[in-house]
Design a protein around this ligand. Structure first.
Ligand code: SF4
Length: 339
């Protein structure tokens, strides 16, 4: 191994170890990274604000402790919880961006966001890409280096699905509006990415650390090494308002913090990651908390819905609430009880 490779590995290791720092040190390191970013760009920065727990904490931390006048920017994809949109509007100085296409248009043009970004991209390429034989073979079977990067056997069923699958949705609905905002204002973002997000995000953080200066899309992720427990602790200790869909922050008998409502916000109709959730999953909860939106989501495409029933049936993910199972979850899902 070359010395540069060892250096890189050490750097990755150092970034990955930050999640083990004591909470107080994490807080200080985060503030330092926020200040570094601010001074590097001479204050031409903004907070990418989704209304979710992580970005609510980030916004509080920046505006309350460091710079009270940094603008926040929210991408209104039309897929957020209605409560979340209302919540975002309760903050000062929030610019609302809107994508040029609706979710229905995106599905029609590109396909459904299913399983994960990486899997959806592979399925799209294999179904519709003009691929060389070697690359196609690699996506299907791996190569001499092994099977990393190939489409998982389990998801090869998507190659024959009666619907298209694609990773493009986020590009159209979120990335493009933010890129245009950047072009117009020259401001660069702080984003509330944390450790407990997807494996891919964690891997990326371990490569770059918090402040990514030399990239096509510069960004600061000053909470990149925080765990969900850190986020909940900050919210609880600072008594900050969080969106009502999360319910309340409570502590279990083992000392773990949790929210009594939904565990994730983001786009309500997104199927990325839903196959990994236990019962009740996001769609089963939605049937109880937002029945009309649930109906729209699962109504057939021809009747004006999003046609997600066909998609979830195909990948074997339940989307109808199992009343007994939900009621059996006790206090944790109390607000989802059907009476
Ligand atoms: S999170 Fe899912 S639904 Fe939302 S923009 Fe990204 S791919 Fe689309």
């Amino acid at each position: 191994m070359f010395i540069q490779d060892i250096d890189l590995k050490l750097k990755d290791w150092a970034f990955s170890q930050r999640k083990n720092l004591p909470y107080e040190l994490k807080l200080e390191l985060t503030k330092k990274r926020i200040e570094d970013w601010y001074s590097h760009w001479s204050g031409d920065v903004y907070i990418s604000f989704s209304g979710g727990l992580d970005s609510t904490v980030l916004l509080h931390l920046i505006r309350k402790h460091l710079y009270s006048d940094i603008p926040a920017v929210f991408a209104d994809t039309g897929l957020e919880y209605p409560e979340l949109k209302q919540f975002v509007k309760t903050f000062d100085d929030v610019t609302i961006l809107r994508p040029q296409k609706s979710f229905r248009q995106v599905i029609k043009e590109y396909g459904y966001p299913v399983v994960s970004k990486e899997t959806a991209a592979k399925v799209r390429k294999l179904r519709n890409g003009n691929l060389g034989e070697r690359y196609r073979n690699y996506l299907l079977n791996g190569d001499e280096r092994g099977s990393i990067g190939k489409l998982a056997e389990k998801w090869k069923i998507l190659l024959d699905a009666p619907f298209e699958t694609s990773e493009k949705c986020c590009d159209v609905m979120k990335k493009k509006p933010f890129k245009e905002y950047h072009k117009k204002t020259n401001r660069v973002p702080y984003v509330g990415i944390t450790q407990d997000e997807s494996f891919e995000r964690r891997r990326k953080y371990e490569k770059t650390g918090c402040n990514v200066y030399d990239s096509n899309v510069p960004k600061s992720q000053p909470m990149g090494f925080w765990t969900k427990q850190d986020v909940l602790r900050y919210a609880a200790e600072n008594n900050i308002d969080i969106c009502s869909v999360y319910g309340e922050i409570k502590q279990s008998s083992s000392g773990e913090l949790y929210t009594t409502g939904v565990q994730r916000t983001g786009c309500m109709f997104c199927a990325f990651g839903c196959h990994m959730e236990g019962c009740p999953n996001r769609f089963q909860k939605m049937q109880i908390t937002h029945p009309q939106l649930h109906e729209y989501c699962f109504k057939s495409w021809e009747s004006g819905g999003l046609g997600m029933a066909e998609v979830l049936d195909y990948i074997n993910v339940p989307y109808l609430a199992e009343v007994d199972a939900i009621n059996g979850q006790g206090a944790r899902y109390q607000q989802f009880k059907i009476v």
